[in-house]
Design a protein around this ligand. Structure first.
Ligand code: SAH
Ligand code: SF4
Ligand code: F3S
Length: 483
């Protein structure tokens, strides 16, 4: 959809242009020649598989990779038995890293059977120098490695690696650059993520994201709105505005704009029926945003508001810059303004020095807020973050026991909370045929819960009214209104 530049018209005999995104379109044309030659030789187009391992921001990056691969003539598949496999990695917790090493072993076995296969790695984990050292030493079969800051250069790097027998590595420490107007493919034709900012400046003491994603950079509102207008023209009805901390959007722009102002502009775009956003940091959540959410019918009544811990003492050491009381007050304000709002959260158990009293504070917040759902994580030590150097790490068995207690509490509450819409008729965006029963379709409520109800393929991508007949705890069964 961003193919404003027709790559078949590019003269690849010339030197590559220096300006972006023109330079990348030039390399897309070069890659296209490569895939055409492949197709001629093998009687089929080469296949590519993009595997996303991270958060929504990574997922959006994966769509950009897919967009470029399709533009240059790869057939994209979900099976790793492909000619080109790229893992878009995450490193927020150590188990994410372990998964990559495990799966690389599997890819190596596939490559032995298909020596022409090419393997690429990108994303947050590649921004860690120790990871790249390990790959260079023990994973020589990987063809291409790049990081988060130069992902816009994917076409150029891909071409470079197609032409080379050596491992191609390009990692930047940081960037202040945002390259607009590159192709992107969408997983769903009716909904899309939209990056509004990149990076993070918060440096929560446990978190590696600021180190691997760099400093906070906001896209210009006109670029974001132009992208949303194009998506709407292309049939998208739901957008999710993405950033590590959307509440601080626009602060570093030449002409500062608030997130609430951006929401108001986005809501004016015809065709867009639903707007979501993620993630909100409690410290920057303004009254202006609450007001905008209340007034704008397109904005979903759902807020993901990571708590991390209920202990003000730990929140301080975590560098979260709010207290338990401030967080609870915020929840109160949200519920006063938007009574049916669904709240979800992230919680870390076992942060260094966490005592039973600290943990009880977390349970207390969980009981008071009664989240619709909560992602619970065991603290994972990330080398290079301040928390990793703290001496009082909590023993594994203590953490595990607390984690189990928290999970039980969270699940019991969320089962009750999420059933509160039973009997109501609500708008639902139909996303797919039900995975277990082909006579049902699956749709998403404004609050992000799923409902399964009798329906057919034609409903996919439409917003319809569904009566929620039965709550199953974390999802509903329903009936299409009027049926
Ligand atoms: N920017 C978002 C979070 C991005 S990371 C925010 O601030 O809300 C997603 C979640 O991973 C975090 O909310 C946190 O709960 C969890 N997380 C981050 N670092 C972690 C670590 N070292 N160990 C365990 N969980 C972690
Ligand atoms: Fe990590 Fe904190 Fe930034 Fe979220 S706000 S990405 S938890 S440093
Ligand atoms: Fe993971 Fe990077 Fe997202 S570390 S959580 S993929 S920003």
């Amino acid at each position: 959809m961003y193919n404003e530049i027709d790559i078949t018209k590019i003269d690849t005999a010339q030197e590559p242009p220096l300006a972006e995104p023109e330079r990348q379109y030039y390399f897309m044309a070069k890659c296209r020649e490569w895939t055409d030659a492949f197709a001629k030789e093998h009687g089929r187009r080469p296949q590519a598989c993009v595997v996303n391992m991270g958060c929504q921001m990574n997922a959006r990056d994966s769509e950009k990779l897919t967009g470029i691969l399709e533009e240059v003539g790869y057939e994209t598949v979900s099976d790793e038995h492909a000619d080109f496999v790229i893992y878009n990695t995450c490193t927020v917790r150590d188990n994410a890293n372990q998964k990559v090493y495990g799966r690389l072993g599997f890819l190596h076995s596939l490559k032995k059977k298909n020596p022409g296969m090419r393997i690429a790695l990108c994303g947050c984990m590649m921004q860690e120098p120790s990871v790249v050292e390990k790959l260079k030493k023990s994973y020589r079969f990987v063809n291409l490695i790049f990081g988060t800051h130069n992902i816009y250069k994917f076409a150029e790097l891909l071409f470079c690696s197609l032409e080379s027998e050596e491992m191609v590595i390009d990692i930047w420490k940081d960037t202040d650059k945002i390259v607009e107007d590159l192709p992107a493919e969408r997983k769903y034709f009716f909904k899309s993520g939209v990056n509004i900012m990149f990076g993070c400046n918060n440096f929560c003491s446990y978190c590696i994201v600021p180190y691997v994603r760099g400093r906070e950079r906001s896209r210009k509102p006109q670029d974001i709105l132009r992208e949303i207008e194009k998506l709407a023209a292309d049939g998208v009805v739901e957008i999710m505005l993405l950033g590590q901390n959307v509440n601080s959007y626009g602060k570093n722009l030449e002409m500062p704009v608030t997130f609430a102002e951006l929401l108001r502009e986005a809501a004016k775009i015809d065709g867009i029926q639903r707007i979501r956003f993620m993630t909100s940091h409690p410290k920057d959540l303004s009254d202006e945003l609450i007001q905008a959410m209340k007034e704008l019918p397109k904005v979903c009544h759902h807020m993901h508001l990571p708590l991390q811990s209920g202990s003000s003492r730990l929140l301080k050491i975590m560098n979260r810059r709010y207290t338990k009381e401030q967080y609870l007050r915020l929840v109160e304000k949200l519920r006063e303004a938007i009574p049916d709002i669904s709240l979800t959260t992230d919680i870390i158990v076992g942060f260094p020095g966490e005592t039973e009293e600290d943990f009880q504070e977390t349970l207390d917040v969980v009981r008071k807020v009664r989240y619709d759902s909560a992602f619970t994580f065991i603290y994972s030590k990330r080398t290079g973050t301040p928390a990793a150097a703290m001496e009082n790490q909590v023993p594994e068995d203590v953490v595990k026991e607390r984690f189990d207690r928290l999970l039980k509490e969270v699940q019991a509450i969320s089962k009750e909370t999420s059933s509160r819409f039973e009997g109501q008729t609500v708008p639902v965006l139909v996303e797919q045929i039900n995975e277990q029963d082909p006579d049902l379709v699956t749709g998403r409520l404004g609050n992000n819960l799923l409902v399964h109800f009798p329906g057919t393929e034609e409903l996919i991508g439409k917003i319809v009214n569904v009566t929620l007949t039965e709550s199953k705890g974390f999802y509903y069964l329903g009936e299409l209104e009027g049926n």
